[in-house]
Design a protein around this ligand. Structure first.
Ligand code: ZN
Length: 284
């Protein structure tokens, strides 16, 4: 199943993508895609409900905004330097075990929303990634059982302000957490995805910057789920961003960073694509 959410920011409603590309409004099911839904076998329950009710669900209008494909998660865990070529381009060693960081859940946005340059930003960068959404509580799980704790996969961009990340003291959270820095979606795909063979790509203003397959990850998805669960309890609906391949702006020679008006397009095989304009942050 491909889950999506539609409607204005903060007031999204649950939907399902049909094979023909249209979207069905499944508000009638009565649950949004968050911790309670995933943690109570919601995907199976929704599938069953659709078997009876799909014909009476309204269509989502074509011009409707698609928001983040899951509700704001309790946790958004990032993985650093999980591709050899990316570690090399930023001048870092291949890590002996996964580097983890937290990204503020308030950074979550939709796949067609603007990316907002935070005030004072001079080095906002892109990072296309595969996101894993947790389906069952994961606490000290074994690698062999990790997949049982995954609800599905989604396209993600781990936008990062490099000067905030590297030059403002301490670790990476400051550079990872601005509003709009965590677009997820358009879809949470719950079946048929091999997380080791997803092709990721990203282009800025029509120039391709990133293209890689997730088989090139240093630590694969089951390893990451198990590893994160050693340090914190992963709750249903939590998101792990599994790291970006080479081709980020800070790895270009000379470095390239996002400017107001730029167009960022990115995608993942089987998970859909995203298209975002870069805009100046405005006080809300
Ligand atoms: Zn990243």
């Amino acid at each position: 199943m491909r889950l999506c959410r539609f409607g204005p920011p903060g007031a999204e409603r649950p939907g399902v993508a049909l094979p023909d590309g249209s979207h069905l409004d499944v508000s009638g099911f009565g649950e949004d895609y968050g911790e309670r839904f995933f943690g109570s076998d919601g995907i199976r329950r929704l599938t069953e409900w659709l078997g009876e009710h799909a014909r009476s669900c309204p269509a989502v209008l074509p011009g409707e905004r698609l928001g983040p494909c899951v509700m704001r998660p309790c946790k958004l865990v990032g993985v650093g330097r999980n591709y050899r070529a990316h570690a090399a381009e930023v001048g870092a060693e291949v890590p002996p075990e996964p580097i983890l960081f937290m990204k503020a859940p308030s950074a979550v946005s939709g796949p067609y929303d603007d990316v907002l340059l935070p005030p004072g930003s001079t080095q906002t960068d892109w990072e296309v990634e595969l996101a894993v959404v947790i389906g069952r509580v994961a606490r000290h799980v074994a690698v062999a059982h990790a997949r049982e704790h995954v609800a599905g996969y989604a396209l993600f961009n781990d936008y990062s302000e490099r000067s905030f990340q590297r030059e403002r003291g301490g670790q990476w959270t400051k550079g990872k957490s601005a509003d709009s820095f965590a677009p997820i979606g358009p879809y949470l795909v719950t079946d048929g995805v091999d997380p080791a063979s997803v092709e990721l790509w990203l282009a800025v203003n029509g120039v391709e910057r990133q293209r890689a397959v997730t088989s090139q990850m240093i630590f694969d998805v089951p390893t990451l789920v198990a590893y994160v669960s050693e340090f914190m309890t992963l709750l249903p609906g939590d998101v792990i961003a599994t790291g970006t391949p080479e081709g980020v702006g800070s790895g270009q020679k000379p470095p390239v960073f996002l400017q107001q008006g730029d167009l960022v397009e990115f995608g993942a095989s089987g998970l859909g694509s995203a298209r975002q304009r870069v805009a100046a942050w405005e006080r809300l």
